[in-house]
Structures are given as structure tokens and as C-alpha cells.
Design a protein around this ligand. Structure first.
Ligand code: RI2
Length: 303
């Protein structure tokens, strides 16, 4: 369990879907190995879920993945049933995430069928699957991918697109306005870490600026977001993760006393989004939230 928590915290494993699945399977395995009676299993499960969730506090996908395992464990009436149920629930969550990605790729590739230039930000496996499937179905795409400072996930994006036969161009983050102006961008397509109850999107820092610039130019903005990334929480209840200044710049490059601020997500207002591409198809933010919350458990196990 500590190894998985460390892998998520240090971003050796990253991306909302990947960390949710690793969190769920790690918790499932951990609970299956807990000794003792029901109180000990419940306490151990809660403790481990708390440790795992603290690794990436903005990501509701992780919270929902852990909750999917924790809920049946806490509902179990004997320790053996709790131990048995945990890995089963984890596997079911991973299968649901996989099915979600497949369905979104299907709907998203239909949306992009006409082809053209797409701008994306950061690295989202969900977005990559949409783009690769659209290209494989004959859409003639060209993707502009931001480098995404400071972690440079854009390099992962262009490698994955290249491997999938999708023509692409890497740009620095500060080129977004110019690229929107000069490259006939037809769509902006980004991923999602969390969608709050009012439809606010939490995604990689920079997303809000990309979306605002796109809206000013009349370019539609879509976020590929499975229902497991939605939450009943209002946007103000969701913290924005801040990471070490050393991810931005070595300490020695900054004059003493100068601070470096490294927030890694930002909030995009629902009014800037054309749709969330969900398992059910592209939906306005309001409709996506209504559908997603109808599928979430009434109370979230991870309080
Ligand atoms: P998938 C990433 O966060 C990006 O913000 C990306 O849009 C999001 O996860 C969704 O990724 P980070 O872990 O679930 O790089 O679509 O901070 O793979």
C-alpha cells in the first residue's frame, strides 16, 4: 500500500483514470489482507483509503474509486465478507472505468468524424482514445498538444498520438492564443480530473485559460469525462492541489526570498464548456451532472 501511495503522490502513476484504478485495486488488496474482526477491518480500510486519497486531493476519480471499494466493506456484516468483497469491488470499478473509456471513445470519435484541427492540453488517456479512434475511423485530424508545464505531460500525449497514427504538433503553453488564431482549430478537447456539482471542470492548470480563449474565438470546447469523475460536492469544497516549487524550477535558479507557486489544477466555469463527452454521449454540463449524480451512490463512503 505505501508503494502505491508513493507512486501516485510522486506522479509515477498519473492521470485521473489510472490513479483511480490503482487506488481501488490497492485498497482492495490491502483490505483482503487485513487481520482481525470487523472493527479492525473497517478501521484499517478507512485508514488506508484516507492515506491513498491524500496523495492527489483534487481528483474525485480517485475518491470515487476508493469509495467504490470502501462502501461494500463498510456495509459488510462480518470480517470475512468484508475481506472477500474488497477485491471484487475493486475489479468491478476498474472494469467500469474501462467500459467508460470505450463508450466515450465511441461517442467522441463520432463527434470529430468531420476531421480538422484539434487543440488539447496535458495528457488524458480518455482524450487520446477519442482521437485515436476518430483517426482510425477516417477522420482527418491534426492535433496541437500543449507541452503542459511543469510536468510536460504533452510529451506523453504526442508520443501516444504518434503511435496511434494521429498527426500532431507540440506547442508551448504560451502559444495557445496564437495557435487558436492561426491554425483553424475546430475543437478544443481536454480531459477531466473532477466535475463539481454545478458542472465546474477541474483539470490540469491552464485548462481554464485555453477554454476562455477558445470561447472568445467561437471554438467549441469539449471535456471527455466519465461519470466516475463527477461529485456531489460544490466547487468550493474541492481543493486545488499545490505541488513542490522544485517541479517548476530548481531552487538555485530563483533568487532567495522569491516564492514559486505551483498549483496543478484550475477551475473552468461550466459556461465555457460546450459539452462533457460522457458514456451516454456529449451532454451540456447541466445535463451531464444530472445524469452522473443519478448514478453515484447517495452517500459517498469516503467522507
Ligand atoms: P484521464 C491528468 O491529471 C490531466 O489533468 C488529465 O486531463 C486528467 O488527468 C484526466 O486523465 P495529472 O494526473 O483520466 O496529470 O483521461 O495531474 O487519463
Amino acid at each position: 500500500m505505501p508503494e502505491a501511495a508513493d507512486a501516485i503522490r510522486t506522479m509515477r502513476v498519473r492521470g485521473a483514470a489510472a490513479i483511480a484504478c490503482l487506488g481501488a485495486t490497492t485498497l482492495g488488496h490491502h483490505v483482503a489482507g487485513l487481520a482481525g474482526g470487523l472493527p479492525a477491518v473497517h478501521a484499517g480500510a478507512r485508514r488506508a483509503a484516507g492515506i491513498l486519497f491524500a496523495t492527489r486531493p483534487t481528483a474525485v476519480s480517485l475518491r470515487n474509486g476508493l469509495g467504490a471499494v470502501l462502501a461494500p466493506v463498510l456495509a459488510a456484516t462480518d470480517a470475512d465478507a468484508a475481506r472477500a468483497e474488497a477485491p471484487v469491488a475493486a475489479n468491478a470499478f476498474v472494469a467500469a472505468v474501462d467500459a467508460s473509456g470505450q463508450a466515450i471513445a465511441e461517442h467522441g470519435s463520432s463527434l470529430l468524424a468531420a476531421g480538422g484541427a484539434v487543440l488539447t492540453h496535458c495528457h488524458s488517456t480518455t482524450v487520446i482514445d477519442v482521437l485515436r479512434r476518430a483517426q482510425a475511423r477516417g477522420a482527418d485530424l491534426h492535433v496541437y498538444a500543449t507541452e503542459t508545464r511543469p510536468f510536460r505531460q504533452g510529451l506523453v500525449t504526442v508520443r501516444a498520438l504518434h503511435d496511434g497514427g494521429v498527426p500532431c504538433t507540440l506547442i508551448v503553453d504560451s502559444a495557445v492564443s496564437h495557435v487558436l488564431e492561426t491554425k483553424a482549430i475546430r475543437w478544443v478537447l481536454v480531459g477531466a480530473d473532477t466535475v463539481a456539482a454545478d458542472g465546474t471542470l477541474f483539470n490540469k492548470v491552464g485548462t481554464a485559460g485555453v477554454c476562455a480563449l477558445a470561447q472568445r474565438r467561437g471554438v467549441p470546447v469539449h471535456s471527455a469525462a466519465g461519470f466516475y469523475k463527477f461529485t456531489r460536492q460544490p466547487p468550493g469544497a474541492i481543493p486545488i492541489e499545490e505541488r513542490a516549487p522544485s517541479e517548476v524550477v530548481p531552487d538555485s535558479d530563483v533568487p532567495p526570498g522569491v516564492a514559486v507557486f505551483n498549483p496543478v489544477f484550475d477551475r473552468t466555469a461550466p459556461g465555457l464548456l460546450t459539452s462533457y463527452i460522457t458514456e451516454a454521449g456529449p451532454r451540456t454540463p447541466g445535463e451531464a451532472v444530472r445524469q452522473a449524480l443519478g448514478r453515484l451512490p447517495a452517500s459517498e463512503a469516503l467522507a
